[in-house]
Design a protein around this ligand. Structure first.
Ligand SMILES: [Zn+2]
Length: 323
């Protein structure tokens, strides 16, 4: 029997899954992502989690023939390592992944992807028609995409293809992105940005009434969605989010001609009616080429982990013909 593994390295948790060659899950494990002090501590946390998943499956790590990793970036792809991850302590400058996992499982078949690329691999693998042209878009604390175009998972020479959250949607650049540049999609529509966006809209038109705790320290995107239908500013913010999201998604569709666009990430998953349905409606009017099917992932929070496993099963592609 051949066994396969998927690993999801996030800023909060590390998860691993071990499966048979038909994808049937045999073992899983989850741990908190080590906060350092060094990147090697994070690597060891990943290896420990993978060993535990193997233990749960009742196999030795060396029985795994291939592993996929979906990880926070950015990467040094040639070295198979994460470099200076944004959401972990500054003392973590380098997290080697491909080499140590390869050594643990005694196989060179280790595929490293950023989390959105793992997402598109998983969505492609599990989609009905296993499409060659597909985009996965996450709207969570940030905004990003994984793109499969003509059957190729696009990573770019440095692994940074698909950073669509940093596309400019507002030429006036009124809000500044977490990356330091102005007017980016993510600066308006990510979970972290929505409170700033609501405050900006309130400043623009002080006649809009609201019970949102705009100046409160605990004001979050969740407050906006919870007051939908009951609060004028919340509704206006949700409508404006739909406007910027539709511009971003339309740009992605015109760039890559996907047949399916699948959404994930907490903001989209928890607010499908308020976030994804309005995108569907607007995009149908805004796209001049074929309008793709717009879906929400069935895999919820497992999409990166399942994508990492699908990568291991299909030589890094999500193409079921590679099984
Ligand atoms: Zn940006």
């Amino acid at each position: 029997m051949d066994y396969y593994a998927g690993v999801d390295l996030g800023a909060t948790n590390v998860r691993a899954v071990v499966a048979e060659d038909d994808g049937t899950t045999l073992g899983v494990s989850r741990r908190s992502t080590p906060r350092g002090p060094t990147g090697i501590d994070v690597t060891e946390g990943v290896l420990r989690t993978l060993r535990e998943a193997c233990g749960d499956a009742g196999i030795a790590p060396t029985e795994i023939v291939a592993a996929g990793i979906g990880s926070i970036g950015p990467f040094d792809l040639a070295e198979g390592a994460v470099i200076d991850p944004a959401n972990l302590p500054d003392s973590i400058d380098r997290i080697p992944l491909t080499g140590p996992i390869s050594k643990l499982i005694d196989s060179d078949e280790v595929y490293l992807h950023n989390d959105t690329n793992a997402g598109v691999i998983g969505e492609r693998f599990h989609a009905d028609r296993n499409p060659d042209d597909m985009v996965y878009i996450t709207i969570s604390s940030g905004v990003g995409a994984g793109v499969c175009c003509d059957g190729e998972i696009m990573s770019g020479w440095d692994g940074n293809a698909g950073e669509v959250g940093h596309c400019v949607v507002d030429p006036q650049g009124r809000l500044t992105c977490g990356c330091g540049r102005d007017g980016h999609w993510e600066a308006y529509c990510s979970g972290n940005a929505i409170p700033d966006f609501a405050r900006l809209l309130a400043e623009d038109d002080p006649t809009i009434s609201t019970n949102l705790p705009l100046e409160g320290p605990d004001f979050t995107a969740k407050d906006v969605f919870e007051l939908a239908g009951e609060d004028e500013l919340a509704d206006y913010t949700i409508e404006q989010l739909a406007h910027w999201n539709a511009i971003g998604v339309t740009n992605v569709i015109h760039s890559f001609a996907p047949i399916v666009v699948s959404f994930g990430g907490a903001v989209a998953l928890h607010n499908e009616e308020l976030v994804v349905d309005p995108i569907r409606e607007r995009v149908a009017e805004m796209v001049m080429t074929n309008v793709p099917e717009i879906t929400v992932t069935d895999m919820g929070d497992d999409v990166v982990l399942e994508g990492a496993l699908a990568s291991a099963l299909t030589g890094g592609t999500g193409d079921r013909k590679q099984l």
